[in-house]
Write a protein that binds this ligand. Structure first.
Ligand code: NAD
Length: 284
């Protein structure tokens, strides 16, 4: 049976580890690192994510603020909010919660965020830094996946990693981070022929699709490490991952649960990006 990777416990350790940096920022500037979240519209899942981010930030003594606007908010008003956040001294990092309501230009908003305050690590400049290997805030979910794999103690160098899903938010940055760590990376997506045989070759599988139970235990190489990013709410309101947990747990050496795996780590990495931004700013 696989080890169940405890994302909640690891996230707690990451948050604890940030406290020394937070204290240094407070000592240098007389106030804590600040994280702001912009929430437009009334998507219930987004409201939960945003509340969790605020609670986590407050829990480690950060300043946090949620800027809520109704679904009918116009592009210009949102751009003005972003421009103000770029200027505000008390906000070190912020994000605009996605998805945005229809009609709003996500790329224009993302591009307008000051790359140094980009808590999500999704600004094109920071994605470019990831491609070139320069330091910068890394996309939170991808960074969370890497931290979970590291927590298992797997050496990535030379290992074969299969990432399923090629979104800019999760799949692509996760593949790049695995590559940066010298894994041999295969990216799979909706047009991949014979996903099962690709997965069967993997020492590490990261599933970021949004199709509950897609990856079956019989697809896995015995001993594979399985990171399940997927979060889909079923009709009963239960959160379901992309991996069929019951069959996978018998074949994998380690596996993340849903919930309690990648989700808490995404938030821990968001806080990490904001605290590191504050540290950089307090150094001047
Ligand atoms: P997305 O819809 O942008 O991308 C999904 C990807 O899956 C696409 O690249 C597509 O090519 C691929 N895909 C679709 N069907 C496939 C199939 N049958 N076989 C192989 N690949 C297929 O989604 P996303 O934003 O990357 O999110 C993916 C999942 O991860 C969702 O369930 C989302 O809710 C979840 N998620 C979780 C967290 C977290 O913190 N836990 C964070 C972000 C996203």
């Amino acid at each position: 049976m696989a080890t169940i990777i405890d994302g909640k416990a690891l996230a707690q350790r990451v948050r604890e580890g940030l406290k020394a940096d937070i204290a240094r920022v407070v000592a240098a500037r007389g106030r804590p690192p600040g994280l702001a979240v912009v929430l437009v519209g009334d998507d219930p899942a987004s409201a939960v994510y945003v509340r969790n981010k605020e609670t986590a930030a407050n829990g480690i003594g950060m300043f946090s603020e949620v800027i809520r606007r109704p679904a009918g908010t116009g592009q210009q008003e949102l751009m003005d909010i972003v421009a103000r956040l770029n200027q505000r001294d008390d906000v070190d990092g912020y994000l605009v919660q996605l998805p945005l309501p229809k009609g709003l230009d996500v790329a224009a908003v993302t591009n307008a965020i000051d790359a140094n305050k980009d808590a999500d690590g999704l600004h094109p400049l920071n994605l470019g830094r990831l491609v070139t290997g320069e330091p910068g805030p890394r996309p939170c979910t991808a960074a969370g996946c890497l931290a979970l794999i590291d927590d298992v103690g797997v050496k990535l160098e030379g290992k074969h990693a299969v990432v399923i899903g090629r979104s800019t938010i999760v799949g692509k940055p996760t593949a790049l981070m695995l590559l940066e760590r010298n894994a041999t990376v295969t990216m799979c997506h909706s047009r991949t022929h014979d996903l099962a045989s690709e997965v069967r070759r993997a020492d590490i599988v990261v599933a970021a699709v949004g199709r509950p139970g897609l990856v079956r235990g019989e697809w896995l190489k015995p001993g594979a490490v399985v990171i399940d990013v997927g979060t889909t709410r079923d009709q009963a309101g239960k959160l379901r991952g992309d991996v069929d947990f019951d069959s996978a747990v018998a074949v994998a050496s380690a596996i993340t649960p849903v919930p309690g795996g990648v989700g808490p780590m995404t938030i821990a990495m968001l806080l990490t990006n904001a605290v590191h931004a504050a540290v950089r700013r307090s150094r001047g």
